[in-house]
Design a protein around this ligand. Structure first.
Ligand code: B12
Length: 351
């Protein structure tokens, strides 16, 4: 096994004891600061120290320090909005390096380069994340009204707004890409800037999925193209709304579609491809540390008897963020959104 992959596996297997050691070291360095957080605070610090390791592992496995440095800026922003002092994250990274060096001096030499890249990025001033609502978009007013209805807990009002917009002639595709998608991104931004709770974010996502279902009777296309699309998230990935949208766009274009949802292992994808006689498989990843899993999943599909020649298209925010190298995964195509997904797939199957 390659050294980089060994380090990724090591960080995964040793995640819990490394996290405990990182926090021990950090509490030792800043005893007065941490005293105020008590036992519960210590448990949360251990959990958070553990979160960082898969991102570090993924950056090393891909030899792409940007995966880790973008992540640490994300953590810094999150902690800043939670009113934690700005030196917490750099200290955690320092202690992460020390804990890894203690456990394996050999691996520590390699992690040092990636952790340093993260520390360098942390030295730069924080950028605020701007709103995903673009005022000059024709549907901006509906988007704002939709989001406000959801944030105030009124899912019926949100649903009525969407149905009214549709009845006035707005295409379902525009409702998906100009209302649901930016509304979801905006919900993520508000959560990250500590303006809404996790509960509110869950509620908005669940309500949007419910409202998408109300549009279902209108997405089926009677002019079938005789092609089949399967869409799913790779194992462990729970962000399913994006790939659900992608599957619906295929349905609207006259494809037969099978949306398998979140958390789908390679074996299930291989069986599904055979069972449904798929032409194209779409795989979605939102979390950067699932990128290796995407690669492994595609490699398993390529080694299978039935599905090895299946056309595979990939997407999701974890690909969009580093889209230049989408071709390292062994897929046939990539698209940044649902519209592009159908376009790329139809080129592959020559429609
Ligand atoms: C809703 C949400 C959740 C929900 C998901 C609910 C569900 N049923 O799907 C829940 C609560 C489960 C969740 C959990 C977590 N989440 Co979350 N989540 C989001 C949020 C707010 C919106 C995602 C969404 O619905 N997007 C709307 C869809 C339409 O957009 P999309 O996914 O980008 O899809 C489009 C394109 O990307 C593309 N596309 C997508 N898939 C595919 C596939 C193919 C083949 C193609 C061609 C194209 C394509 O087309 C789609 C349509 O145009 C995002 C915010 C964001 N900016 O992404 C965070 C976000 C993705 N989550 C995040 C995090 C950190 C988490 C957690 C780790 C939080 C935690 N501490 O527990 C967990 C991890 C869960 C897991 N193991 O997967 C971070 C990731 C940051 C990072 N860089 O790592 C984000 C960015 C939030 C943030 N602002 O920080 N989350």
């Amino acid at each position: 096994m390659e050294k980089s992959k060994q380090i990724k596996d090591f960080l995964e297997v040793r995640k819990n004891d490394l996290a405990v050691r990182i926090v021990e070291l950090q509490y030792g360095m800043q005893p007065d600061f941490w005293k105020t957080y008590g036992d519960e605070g210590k448990k949360l610090s251990i959990r958070d120290a553990g979160y960082h390791l898969p991102f570090l592992g993924e950056a090393i496995a891909e030899n792409n320090p940007e995966i880790f440095s973008k992540y640490v800026v994300w953590v810094k922003t999150l902690f800043h909005n939670l009113k934690f002092p700005d030196d917490v994250v750099p200290k955690t990274l320092e202690c992460t390096q020390l804990a890894i060096e203690e456990a394996s001096p050999e691996y520590g030499q390699i992690t040092a380069v990636f952790i340093q890249a993260g520390l360098n990025e942390l030295n730069k001033p924080l950028q605020s994340i701007s709103s995903y609502i673009q005022e000059d978009e024709p549907l901006a007013d509906v988007l704002k009204a939709y989001l406000n209805a959801l944030l105030s807990g009124d899912k019926n009002k949100a649903a009525s707004l969407i149905m009214e917009t549709f009845m006035k002639g707005c295409p379902v595709k525009d409702i998906y890409l100009k209302i649901f998608q930016p509304a979801q991104y905006e919900v993520g931004r508000l959560w990250m800037s500590n303006q809404i709770s996790v509960a509110k974010e869950h509620f908005c996502s669940a309500a949007t999925q419910m409202i998408m279902s109300q549009l279902y009777p209108y997405i089926f296309n009677n002019e079938k193209k005789g092609k089949t699309f399967i869409g799913a998230c790779v194992g462990g990935e729970l962000h399913e709304i994006g790939i659900r949208m992608v599957a619906d766009f295929f349905e609207m274009e006259g494809w037969d579609t099978y949306y398998l949802g979140a958390n789908t292992p390679a074996s299930v994808l291989i069986n599904a491809a055979e069972e449904y006689q798929a032409d194209v498989l779409g795989l979605s990843v939102a979390l950067p540390y699932h990128r290796s899993l995407l690669k492994d999943t595609i490699s398993q599909i390529r080694q299978s008897k039935y599905a090895r020649d299946l056309k595979i298209i990939i997407g999701g925010v974890a690909i969009n963020e580093f889209s230049k190298n989408w071709n390292i995964f062994g897929a046939d195509a990539y698209a940044s959104d649902a519209l592009g997904a159908v376009c790329e797939a139809e080129k592959m199957v020559e429609i």
